[in-house]
Write a protein that binds this ligand. Structure first.
Ligand code: FAD
Length: 392
């Protein structure tokens, strides 16, 4: 027998579960979330989940800023265990990126973000293991850190259920059903769900249901990689998160004396994959390259142990920024997709904004017009001075 609901969310990653929680909190009717495999099965469960406010435009910096405030107090706001570890973030560029960096820092300081340039001797106090060359420029964002990605998704799902949402796992949406340009429901592997509102939070799978709806969602599933290294015994205390443009890598400390590292160079866009069939192992010839770059910043890591790595998925749009909007020409269809390798940090505000868009007809916490669906056709993408898309 068909299930009836008021709002149906497709996708149980960090965005779908956050949206479910916000909608359920607002008592927006019967909210159902359908996830085809398990919670966090896409990008979210494998995320680095670094939370920084460093962005090159006001909207995304503000999204990160508002979300950080939630993550800092996740347990008090919503219950569950704390999820945020504050480490600070060091960002390093060379001369060629200095004008862009200076403009970004100025914009961020105007927003009240605690970010400042640091000289080599100050960086040595923040992180005694790090080396900075004379021609390299570093800034420090004091409030940054990272969250426990798996726990965040699990907590959102628990909060959403507690507020009355129905979260169903192992239910794949095979098609979205429309009548006279209105959404009326979805067909799944376990039958029909009737709903006049469907929100796609389908991450790297976004293009598939978009195509079924006759809407081109320009979201490419791409393979990225993560390398893991054990810190050597003499490494000392756990340190900051890094976005190291000179070495072309980001890295962060994790529990168990490990460092998680990945590329900042944007090569993922050249690795489009089928999100249901991609190589989930890290490439054997990539891991030593990352370790060499890491050791240039952290000489002590020459003595660290390689602990393997894994392959994962980014959902990349042409401007490396998400699409958060109603879908054109279809009453009741919405999407929050294409977070392009940097969305985890924004999930609290994404849930709130999408709930506002669906319930109130307009997002009010921030003006999300720059993230509208039509921007690509209008040749008005979100712009960034960096040539590294994943930094936004
Ligand atoms: C290795 C890695 C490192 C990252 N590091 C950071 C970082 O440091 N900081 C940061 O902010 N962001 C980071 N990100 C990006 C961040 O993790 C993603 O932007 C975010 O997790 C996207 O969440 P999502 O909910 O949109 O997508 P996903 O987590 O992919 O969720 C989509 C879900 O939809 C489900 N689904 C798809 N189609 C259907 C269907 N037809 N029916 C039912 N269910 C369906 C999938 O199974 C999946 O669970 C990183 C990502 C990766 C992979």
């Amino acid at each position: 027998m068909a299930v009836n609901c008021d709002i149906l969310i497709v996708g149980g990653g960090v965005m779908g579960t956050s949206i479910a929680w916000h909608l359920a909190k607002r008592k927006a009717g019967r909210v159902v979330l359908l996830e085809k495999s398990y919670l966090g099965a896409g990008s979210s469960g494998k995320s680095g989940a670094i939370v920084r406010q460093h962005y090159s435009n006001k909207l995304t910096a503000s999204m990160a800023q508002k979300s950080l405030r939630v993550y800092e107090q996740f347990d008090q706001i919503a219950g569950g265990p704390p999820v945020f570890t504050r480490t600070g973030m060091v960002l390093i560029v060379n001369e060629k990126d200095k004008p862009g960096l200076d403009a970004n820092v100025k914009m961020q300081q105007e927003l009240g973000i605690d970010v400042r340039p640091v000289a080599a001797q100050v960086l040595a106090d923040i992180d005694p293991n790090a080396r900075l060359k004379e021609d390299e420029i570093a800034i420090f964002e004091a409030e940054a850190g990272y969250v426990e990605s798996v726990q965040v998704v699990a907590s959102y799902a628990e909060f959403a259920r507690r507020e009355g949402a129905d979260i169903r796992l192992g239910v794949e949406v095979e098609s979205v059903v429309t009548e006279k340009n209105k959404i009326v429901g979805v067909e799944t592997n376990e039958g029909r769900y009737n709903s006049r509102c469907v929100i796609l939070a389908t991450g790297p799978w976004a293009a598939q249901l978009g195509k079924n709806l006759g809407v081109k969602l320009p979201v490419q599933a791409c393979r990225t990689q993560v390398a893991l290294y054990r810190r050597p015994c003499d490494f000392g205390r756990r340190t900051a998160v890094y976005c190291d443009f000179v070495q072309g890598i980001y890295f962060k400390p994790t529990h168990g004396e490990m460092i998680h590292a990945g590329s900042l160079q944007g090569e993922e866009i050249k690795q489009p994959v089928d999100p249901d069939q991609y190589n989930e192992a890290a490439d054997g010839d990539w891991l030593p390259v990352v370790r060499q770059r890491l050791s240039r910043r952290y000489p002590a890591m020459h003595r660290g142990y390689g602990r393997g790595g894994y392959g994962a998925l980014y959902a990349i749009t042409p401007d490396w920024h998400p699409i958060m909007d109603k879908l054109p020409g279809l009453e009741g269809a919405y999407c929050a997709v294409g977070f392009s390798g940097h969305g985890f940090k924004m999930s609290p505000i994404v849930g709130q904004l999408m709930a506002e868009l669906v319930v109130d007809g307009k997002a009010s916490a921030l003006d999300i017009a720059p993230l509208r669906y039509a921007r690509f056709d209008e040749n008005d993408p979100v712009k960034t001075p960096y040539s590294y898309g994943v930094m936004g």
